[in-house]
Ligand binder design. Sequence first.
Ligand SMILES: Nc1ncnc2c1ncn2[C@@H]1O[C@H](COP(=O)(O)OP(=O)(O)OP(=O)(O)O)[C@@H](O)[C@H]1O
Length: 268
Amino acid sequence: MNPMKRKKSSGAGGTGPAGGLGAVGAGRPTAVTTAPQARTGDESGSLLTARGLRKTYGPTPALENASFDIAAGEIVAVMGPSGSGKSTLLHCLAGIVAPDAGELRYQGRDVAAMSDRERSALRRHDFGFVFQFGQLVPELTCAENAALPLRLNGVRRREAARRAAEWLARLEVDDVSGKLPGEVSGGQGQRVAIARALAAGPRVVFADEPTGALDSFNSERVMNLLTDAARESGAAVVLVTHDARVAAYSDREVVVRDGRTRSLGWAA
Ligand SMILES: Nc1ncnc2c1ncn2[C@@H]1O[C@H](COP(=O)(O)OP(=O)(O)OP(=O)(O)O)[C@@H](O)[C@H]1O
């Protein structure tokens, strides 16, 4: 077991990787692995599977024969240099961007064969999103933002507010519930965005540089809360980051270089 890897479900106030974000370098991944251990999902154990994804923007190839697997409850970091295709991979996996070629399966179902309506229902019900800048709706309070996915899923106002309040408390930002996003700090805004992403009970959270705009103290706090909350609720996390300290919170890393993926596992 790699000493950098944290125990699962450390609960509220968990401590993250040994030494937190300060402990970089020790025990970097060494073993190349294949697909993750079977848990749930399709017969291979994968919840979300991509094979041979290709995406080109005009003359620019963003993804070339990229593959990806994530099992239920797994946290996978997608790493790589700037412009290597990490965000494009995340957008393809989340069904936000249609790849030019390749196959994407969610719980064994071919995502390309779904109607637009089915795909957007999938995004609403099964997926949650956290981006570098929280992308909270500026006109809504933090509580209203956190309740928004539940409301879009048809949950009644009172029940949505109750569940949102629970998540805001879980993410330790209940004190800013009544404030607008413009009135809270970057770290608080990201924690509200995580509450919003998790409140609707997603099976997969897509997090694109969720700590990119935060200092190291707030990054550590956000990563602890994000990964603890995801583990407790059983959500898988696709975590795009260029920061090894953030990737250290994952179970496994996938490296993207020039649009191609390579899996890195942790040495046993
Ligand atoms: N909407 C777009 N239109 C045109 N080119 C794009 C678009 N999105 C991405 N690209 C290009 O595709 C390539 C991969 O971009 P992508 O954003 O996926 O990389 P990344 O690894 O996430 O980068 P970063 O770490 O800097 O965010 C880059 O060359 C980028 O310029």
